[in-house]
Design a protein around this ligand. Sequence first.
Ligand SMILES: [Zn+2]
Ligand SMILES: [Zn+2]
Length: 278
Amino acid sequence: MSKKKPRPIPVPAQFIPGLIDAHTHLTSCRDDIATLVARAGEAGVDKLCTVGDGLKEAGLALDAARQFDNVWAACAIHPTKAGQLDEVARQKLTEMVADPACVAVGETGLDTYWITHDPENTADLETQEEALRWHIDLSVSAGKTLMLHNREADADLMRVLADAPAAPNTILHCFSSPLEMAREALDRGYVLSFAGNVTFKRNEELREAARLAPLEQILIETDAPYMTPEPFRGSRNEPSLIGHTALCLAEVRGMAVEELAEVLGANFDRVYGLTTQP
Ligand SMILES: [Zn+2]
Ligand SMILES: [Zn+2]
């Protein structure tokens, strides 16, 4: 019988007031949403943006956002599922994005990783690009933030963004690209959202990106249930664990974590348009 070393049970970092989670999937965390939101609150998380990356998931994200005062939604069809973006889906997404509880069009973008690894179940690049362009147009017409997923598609993503109309705000969620891409994205005014992988030992280049970014162009996220930060890498993630990522970024920036949380909270409000809402 083989014995697997048990993984440590993830626990939140110290209580950090005013934390945010700019990109999470509450409906994929295999726990009820009220429990997840309450546990996050106990760790200091004030505000969350939950992402629905398919038609059904987007509806659930919107339901959660309507139910909880401190939860907002992002709605789109994920690039790997871009083939599902038919007329009915476009109509429904347009309605969902118009809802005040929906603060972003996302996650849309490009993903060539799954085209390489599971082409049978992944939309091809042409279909993904067409869907991305449709989502960008929606973000512009609805006046909502564009939230982008990018996996091994840096050049294509930057090309499309350069010749498409500019969204009110553009977030590169789970930013994981080289420094050169970080510089270009920051020059264009995009916001880099750092996930748990910024804490991984080998990702010094990501921490360098987090170091050089202007403070107002940074967000943090769990992307739960994936991307669990150290020291719990590999376990199931949830919003209550965001403090570990915040502590890493505070160290990188040479700031007190409470001070960083305040900046991130202001960025969350600005980028998701909460400060201008009645
Ligand atoms: Zn993503
Ligand atoms: Zn995601």
